[in-house]
Design a binder for this molecule. Structure first.
Ligand code: SF4
Length: 347
């Protein structure tokens, strides 16, 4: 595992690598669980994210995948400081965000936006599309007067493929795909550098998913955006991601360049996820090896010892329940947290 440089103080300028927009170091989000009727006390912690580190370069799309409950959405929320991480660092554009004061954080929020999963519940049903998109312009003081406001809203609607005359309609008058376009326009309104797209197409029909992904790609090129694209399905992130990170039970278990991870997955969990992705060619589909996982994802309240994947891993050995695998380089720019794949902990 790469050695991390000295921690930067909250809000202080960290040592800069201009290629890197976002750096997450040893991120932890442990939610306390309380019990007791009169005197509530913390009796346990849900380890939703437990020591995750990665970087996102400017203009890059990092896909983050894993089953429900693996910690990918919590990771996105910690980056945006919607949750205050219980450990680790989030360094955005050279600024350490964890521990940053509310006022300083308000300025940073303009740079980092989010697109939510559910376009049906994430839009206020009582606001028009124009007001949903334009509200951040007012909150951040980015417009002078009504004419400029209307022009900017019209531009944003056009940027996401909607007609400006739709500004006076309410969310229920749009289709699911159109609503997600409104969510994208709202995120774009403050000219962010970075967008967390949290399962942005999961609630949409398959035929609409490709349109939204293509839109996000076009906007990335047009506005030089950097994305963290969260999805539970490896087939969804394949098209849009430059690199892909796979999470399991609060840990990053594999990370590599997009084609490398699909061609040469080394972690047994990634292999299992990939073997469930349908291939259009029936001959190839029949030939490939299926990796079936047994059992449910364990509770993050009481994660397994050693490698957290060992109770479900088809190739686990005695070392796996004792030793915690670190994310190590298995090929250039290809990292995996598996004792066998990295040559550690063989019996
Ligand atoms: Fe499987 Fe062991 Fe590798 Fe974990 S460390 S993924 S249990 S082989």
């Amino acid at each position: 595992m790469t050695t991390m440089p000295e921690a930067a103080a909250p809000g202080a300028a960290a040592p800069r690598n201009d290629d890197v927009l976002l750096e997450v170091k040893d991120l932890q989000m442990h939610f306390p669980v309380s019990s007791g009727f009169l005197f509530q006390r913390t009796t346990a912690y849900v380890k939703a994210v437990d020591g995750v580190s990665f970087q996102v370069k400017r203009g890059e799309t990092l896909g983050l995948v894993g089953e429900s409950g693996c910690g990918k959405t919590t990771t996105g929320r910690c980056i945006l400081q919607l949750y205050k991480p219980t450990g680790g660092q989030v360094i955005f554009d050279g600024q350490e965000l964890t521990g940053m004061g509310t006022k300083a954080m308000r300025g940073m929020r303009r740079e980092m936006q989010v697109i939510f999963q559910d376009p049906y519940s994430s839009l206020n049903p009582r606001m028009t599309a124009g007001n949903i998109i334009g509200e951040p312009l007012i909150v951040h003081g980015l417009v002078n007067g009504k004419i400029e406001y209307r022009e900017k809203v019209a531009d944003l609607l056009q940027n996401v493929g909607l007609n400006p005359y739709m500004a006076d309609r309410f969310p229920h008058e749009f289709s699911g795909g159109q609503r997600q376009r409104i969510g994208v326009a709202r995120a774009l309104s403050v000219s962010p550098k970075f967008i967390v797209a949290d399962e942005p197409v999961s609630a949409l029909d398959v035929s609409i998913q490709a349109q939204i992904i293509n839109l996000l790609e076009d906007l990335q090129a047009q506005f030089n955006l950097t994305y963290l694209f969260i999805a539970h399905d490896l087939s969804v992130v394949r098209h849009i991601s430059d690199r892909v990170g796979v999470m399991y039970l609060g840990h990053m278990v594999e990370m590599a360049e997009r084609n490398e991870i699909y061609r040469n997955p080394v972690h047994p969990y990634t292999k299992a996820l990939l073997s469930a992705v349908p291939i259009p060619d029936p001959v190839l589909d029949a030939q490939r090896e299926r990796v079936l996982l047994t059992g449910e994802v364990p509770s993050p309240l009481n994660p397994p010892s050693g490698c957290v994947f060992h109770p479900r891993c088809p190739v686990a050995n005695d070392s796996c329940s004792r030793l915690v695998p670190e994310l190590r380089e298995v090929e250039p720019d290809h990292h995996a947290a598996c004792l066998l794949a990295t040559g550690y902990g063989t019996p």
